[in-house]
Design a binder for this molecule. Structure first.
Ligand code: TXA
Ligand code: MG
Length: 338
């Protein structure tokens, strides 16, 4: 854990318009003073992120949201009471905020993180910290400080080390801009947990929603290595033909079942519990990605609510690899297109 002095130095860096990488309970963030447009621009430049993608502003206390949002509905406070500090982001009508933070939209994403280092930094800094995940645009989010160093070998003076992130997946994002709350990004806090508090059904986003959110792009959080998600039942000939002669890394629940079906170079046993799986998903993808496999093959997790966020991230990680299955040389079984 960083010392008192390191936190002070990080807060000074933010005040001076600099960037600081810091841990949250979800993933590491690249933070800048949310009131300084130049500092925000520097984040976009470092990440290589398009300027119209809005950033989440991280706050020390729930009461701080009044300085950043307007027309705050009652259920925002209900959700904040229930889940803050924690892995939930609320999209609200924006207050006085630089355009650079919101990507020019009339809304703002706010979150009070629970990681002790993030909290200490926010308390010391005393204002909002705008922070995207600390990865280059479109890459897997970092869940350890070493990952941040790998993403940005240059250009980042301060990386606060807070160990491994507890949640390991980005925050649940819910928009409260309309009458009906909308789930924009699934995360560790599930729809059911949210609905218990709002007393209202929460809608999943549809195509008519012109909200710009980079986490909503079909391909995102992707390693360089091709990733495919497969079903036990789909382990038929087509998949085997695809795998033949390639260096395959396998992430699976039950390796005994798979041993006979496919030859693999590496095998990682994944936890059968969704929270434990989420915690190590990105670090596992990252580790396998650094080892020059031809393909990372992921056994499809159960189709229950607890696994929604993991399905979402796996779908994004595997999006660009789907063409491997579309090759006219063979018919891919429908079930592996998960
Ligand atoms: O867990 C997290 O949310 C992490 C940690 C660092 O807090 N942050 C994170 O930030 O994942 P980022 O920028 O990688 O993803 C934030 C997502 C993006 O998809 C962004 O477009 C969306 O939140 N977002 C931010 N403000 C928004 C707004 N006003 N309306 C709609 N989407 C918004
Ligand atoms: Mg991100």
């Amino acid at each position: 854990m960083p010392s008192f002095d390191e936190i002070q130095r990080a807060a000074d860096q933010l005040r001076a318009g600099g960037i600081v990488a810091f841990p949250t309970e979800t993933v590491y963030g690249l933070g800048a003073d949310a009131r300084q447009p130049k500092a925000i621009k520097a984040i976009f430049k470092l990440k290589g992120r398009p300027l119209d993608h809005p950033l989440i502003v991280h706050l020390g206390e729930t009461t701080d949201i009044r300085g950043w949002a307007r027309n705050i509905p009652e259920i925002a406070y209900d959700l904040a009471d229930a889940f803050w500090p924690g892995p939930l982001t609320l999209i609200l009508a924006r207050g006085e905020v630089p355009d650079e933070v919101t990507g020019g939209q009339d809304s703002i994403g706010l979150r009070v993180p629970s990681h002790p280092v993030a909290r200490e930094l926010l308390r010391t800094f005393g204002s909002g910290i705008a922070a995207p995940s600390a990865n280059r645009f479109g890459r897997v989010s970092p869940t350890r400080s070493e990952h941040v160093k790998t993403e940005f070998p240059k250009g980042l003076e301060i990386i606060l080390d807070g160990g491994s992130c507890d949640v390991g997946l980005e925050s649940t994002i819910i928009s409260l801009l309309e009458e009906e709350p909308i789930l924009l990004r699934p995360g560790a806090i599930t729809l059911k947990q949210l609905e218990r508090v709002t007393g209202q059904l929460i809608r999943a986003p549809n195509e008519n929603n012109h909200v710009r959110a980079s986490g909503l792009l079909a391909s995102h959080y992707a390693p360089d290595t091709a990733v495919l998600v497969f079903d036990q039942e789909a382990l038929g000939n087509p998949l085997k033909a695809l795998l033949d002669g390639r260096r395959i890394a396998l992430m699976c629940f039950d390796d005994a079942l798979l041993k006979t079906a496919i030859k693999t170079t590496a095998r990682v046993r994944m936890p059968g519990d969704a929270a434990a799986y989420g915690q190590i998903l990105y670090s596992t993808l990252r580790a396998l990605d650094s080892e020059a496999y031809d393909l990372i093959l992921v056994e499809k997790p159960p189709e229950t609510e607890a696994w929604r966020a993991i399905h979402d991230r796996l779908q994004k990680a595997s999006h660009d690899s789907q063409h491997l299955l579309a090759s006219p040389a063979f018919e891919a079984p429908h079930s592996i297109r998960s």
